[in-house]
Write a protein that binds this ligand. Structure first.
Ligand SMILES: Nc1nc2c(ncn2[C@@H]2O[C@H](COP(=O)(O)OP(=O)(O)O)[C@@H](O)[C@H]2O)c(=O)[nH]1
Ligand SMILES: [Mg+2]
Length: 311
C-alpha cells in the first residue's frame, strides 16, 4: 500500500490523509492500519488530562515548543470538545498553536467527539498507530477528565499527566476517581494563583493513603502561560519513562492497551456481525417486547440469537 509507505517516509499530506481515513473508519482503514501497525511501537504516548480550563492546551503548546527545540518530532491529538484546537479557542491560544501548525515536525489533529465506528477510544487508538508509524518521537494526547471515553483514552497513554488547578474548589475530589488512579505525574498548573500550595498538600495527602513511596507519582508545579516548570515537567515525564522501562511497567501498560484494543475490536465486530445477519432493529424490538411481557428471559433470548448464527 503506497499510502502507508508515504506515511512512513514522513510525507505530511499522506499523514493527514491516513489519519482522516482511520478516524472516519473508511473501508481502506483496516488494510492501512495493518501495514502501519508493525512500525508503530516506538513513540512515547503522553496523555494530558484534567478539567476544562485547567491549562492543558497551553501546557501541550509549551511542551511542544521545548520538544521541538530539542529536535524531537511530535504528534498532538486533542480529544476535547472545549479545546482551542477544535475552534472553541480564545484568539491567543489559536494563534499560538498556529506557530506549530506551519512546522512539519508537529502534526496536530483534533478528534471529532462524535460519530466514530467502534467508539471514540478505538478511533483515537488508530490515530495514535498512524502517528507512531510516521516516526513521531512523542505523541501528546489532550483529553478532558470527564466521560467514560476520555477516561478510557487517558488510560491508553504510556505516561498520564493529570492537570489540576487551585481555586476550583475541591478539584481533587471532583475529578473522576478513575482519572486520579491513572496519574503517573500530577501537574499543579496555574501555580501563580493562590491555593497552589494547599492543592499540592491535598494531592500529597491523597497519595500517601494510596501506596508506597517508590511508586508514588511526582507532583510538578507549572505556570503554563509563563512557561514556568514546563522543563521540570518534561524531566518528570522522562524520569517516569526510564523507571517504567526498567521496572517493566511500560511494557505491561502497552500490553494491557493492546489487549483492550483487541478485545474492543473483537466485541465490536461480533456485535456488528450479529446485527447484520440475524438481529436487525425490528427483530431486536420484538425480543424486547417479549422480554417486557416476560415471555422470554435475557439468557434464552441470547441463546436464540446465537443459535440463529449457528454458534
Ligand atoms: N494564570 C494562569 N492562567 C493560565 C495558566 N495556564 C493556562 N492559563 C489560562 O487558562 C485558560 C485555559 O487554558 P487552556 O489551555 O485553554 O485550558 P484547557 O481547557 O485545559 O485546554 C487560558 O486563558 C489560559 O491562558 C497558568 O499557569 N496561569
Ligand atoms: Mg484544551
Amino acid at each position: 500500500l503506497s499510502l502507508a509507505d508515504d506515511v512512513r517516509a514522513g510525507d505530511v499530506r499522506a499523514l493527514a490523509r491516513a489519519v482522516t481515513i482511520v478516524e472516519d473508519g473508511r473501508p481502506e482503514a483496516p488494510a492501512l492500519l495493518g501495514a502501519l501497525f508493525p512500525h508503530a511501537g516506538r513513540a512515547l504516548v503522553v496523555g494530558v488530562t484534567g478539567p476544562p480550563g485547567a491549562g492543558k492546551s497551553t501546557l501541550v503548546d509549551r511542551l511542544a515548543a521545548h520538544l521541538r527545540a530539542a529536535g524531537r518530532t511530535l504528534g498532538i491529538v486533542a480529544v476535547d470538545p472545549t479545546s482551542p484546537f477544535t475552534g472553541g479557542a480564545i484568539l491567543g491560544d489559536r494563534i499560538r498553536m498556529q506557530a506549530h501548525a506551519t512546522d512539519p515536525g508537529v502534526f496536530i489533529r483534533s478528534m471529532a467527539t462524535r460519530g466514530h465506528l467502534g467508539g471514540l477510544a478505538a478511533s483515537t487508538g488508530h490515530v495514535l498507530t498512524v502517528l507512531a508509524a510516521a516516526g513521531k518521537d512523542m505523541i501528546l494526547v489532550e483529553t478532558v477528565g470527564v466521560g467514560q471515553d476520555e477516561v478510557e483514552i487517558a488510560g491508553t497513554a504510556d505516561v498520564s499527566l493529570v492537570v489540576l488547578v487551585p481555586g476550583l474548589g475541591d478539584e481533587v475530589q471532583a475529578l473522576k476517581a478513575g482519572i486520579l488512579e491513572i496519574a503517573d505525574v500530577f501537574v499543579v498548573n496555574k501555580a501563580d494563583r493562590d491555593g497552589a500550595d494547599r492543592l499540592v498538600t491535598q494531592v500529597e495527602a491523597m497519595l500517601s493513603l494510596a501506596g508506597p513511596d517508590s511508586a508514588r507519582p511526582a507532583i510538578v508545579r507549572t505556570v503554563a502561560t509563563a512557561d514556568e516548570g514546563t522543563a521540570d515537567l518534561l524531566a518528570a515525564v522522562e524520569a517516569f519513562r526510564v523507571r517504567a522501562e526498567r521496572s517493566g511497567l511500560l511494557a505491561r501498560k502497552r500490553r494491557d492497551h493492546l489487549r483492550r484494543q483487541f478485545e474492543g475490536t473483537l466485541q465490536d465486530r461480533l456485535r456488528r456481525r450479529v446485527e447484520e445477519t440475524v438481529l436487525g432493529r425490528e427483530e431486536r424490538e420484538r425480543i424486547v417486547d417479549r422480554l417486557a411481557a416476560r415471555e422470554v428471559d435475557p439468557f434464552a433470548a441470547v441463546d436464540d440469537v446465537l443459535g440463529k448464527m449457528g454458534w
